[in-house]
Design a binder for this molecule. Structure first.
Ligand SMILES: *Cc1c(COP(=O)(O)O)cnc(C)c1O
Length: 375
């Protein structure tokens, strides 16, 4: 066997993540590896914490990145907070809400599921009703930006309802962070997790998380140990917080964290407000172009995510053939439909570094060509 270096093709990534990564972030990951307890590295980790506090709009002391993808961030929130027998209302309107239910059950918690239609935002009225019927609920969990459908829920309204019922809130911000406003403190989010490879446009494999002081208290007062050693945040707290007192828990993914640092510096330079505006503007450009191609969105206009556009595949058009054509002719990746939308919809991501006008123009032209000519 003759093995050679792997040289991936250059792709335009317009799917549900990973998004394209800027050359700045890619060059950061190639810098020399140093020890994860090296004082220079620890200083960078402190900066990542501050930059994540900015991205999440929080002063939460417990703000860091889990050394694993968004799914591990999700799991970390549930297994640290939810104890056996505790009730969690999960608002579910897509694939990732379904995974939250699975997580609650694996923690021995009781999941009360509030279902909303796929492609719609979570209904605050239904949440209110569920909480009135379940007065012993400890947590409310929902996905802010449902990547399987492209729906954006009103996190502020949902958290407000949860707070009037004295519940802690667990919010999935994997696709929302950096792309649309996420205001952890202002909205009263107690635990949030995100992902590095969506609107942050960093390498996949890291999950920013943040816990409010109330969530940290809940973790510290657990009656039983969390069932995962690796994700037990009470063990990691001493590595991330407490300057000078860092101790070994696991080897941090040193170079990936260089990349996260660089992507967060870029977000800070651009500012959150400008990043949200950029995503909105490119979404609008895409939506205008899709309308002139006669393509229709799955999600009603006022509930759409700018960074993830789900559109119906027109009758008679071959889903797989179109995506293959785009990949072969344009080196462009669009997302396939997920779950109930498999084979019925495409998901066009305009996340982070991918959210550029030139990509919108290329996508519209390529899609028109593919729909007409792909076989
Ligand atoms: C991508 C995604 C996840 C999972 O993140 P991974 O990094 O793929 O593990 C969770 N929730 C939402 C809403 C996502 O879009």
């Amino acid at each position: 066997m003759n093995f050679k270096s792997f040289n991936p093709p250059e792709r335009t990534l317009l799917g549900p993540g990973p998004s394209n990564i800027s050359p700045r972030v890619l060059s950061a990951i190639a810098r020399p590896t140093i020890g994860h307890l090296d004082p220079e590295f620890l200083h960078m980790m402190d900066e990542i914490k501050s930059l994540l506090q900015y991205a999440f709009q929080t002063t939460n002391e417990f703000t860091m990145a889990i050394s694993a993808p968004g799914s591990a961030g999700m799991e970390a929130c549930f297994i640290n907070l939810v104890e056996p027998g505790e009730k969690v209302v999960v608002c579910s309107n897509g694939v990732f809400g379904g995974r939250m239910v699975e997580n609650v059950e694996r923690c021995g918690g009781i999941a009360v599921v509030v279902e909303d239609d796929w492609g719609k935002a979570v209904s605050p009225a239904k949440l209110e009703e569920a909480l009135q019927q379940n007065q012993d609920t400890k947590f409310v969990a929902f996905v802010h930006a449902e990547t399987s459908t492209g729906a954006l829920s009103d996190a502020e309204a949902l958290c407000k309802i949860a707070k009037t019922h004295n519940c802690l809130t667990i919010v999935d911000t994997v696709t929302s962070l950096g792309g649309v406003p996420v205001k952890i403190d202002e909205w009263g989010v107690d635990a949030a997790y995100s992902g590095s490879q969506k609107c942050l446009s960093c390498v996949p494999g890291l999950s920013p998380i943040t816990f409010s002081p109330a969530a940290v208290d809940k973790i510290k007062n657990r009656k039983t140990k969390a069932q995962s050693w690796f994700l037990d945040q009470s063990l990691v707290m001493s590595y991330w917080s407490g300057e000078g007192k860092r101790s070994y828990h696991h080897t941090a993914p040193v170079n990936s964290l260089y990349a996260l640092h660089e992507s967060l510096v870029m977000l800070h330079e651009e500012t959150l407000e400008k990043s949200w505006e950029r995503h909105q503007e490119q979404h609008q450009n895409l939506a205008n172009g899709l309308a002139s191609l006669g393509l229709e969105f799955v999600v009603p206009e006022n509930e759409r995510l700018p960074q993830l556009n789900t559109i119906m595949i027109p009758d008679g058009v071959d889903d797989a053939a179109v995506r293959r054509y785009l990949l072969e002719k344009y080196s462009m990746e669009l997302g396939a439909g997920l779950g109930k939308f498999a084979g019925k919809a495409w998901r066009i991501g305009l996340m982070g570094y991918s959210a550029q006008y030139k990509n919108v123009v290329l996508c519209l032209a390529a899609l028109k060509d593919a729909i007409e000519n792909a076989k």
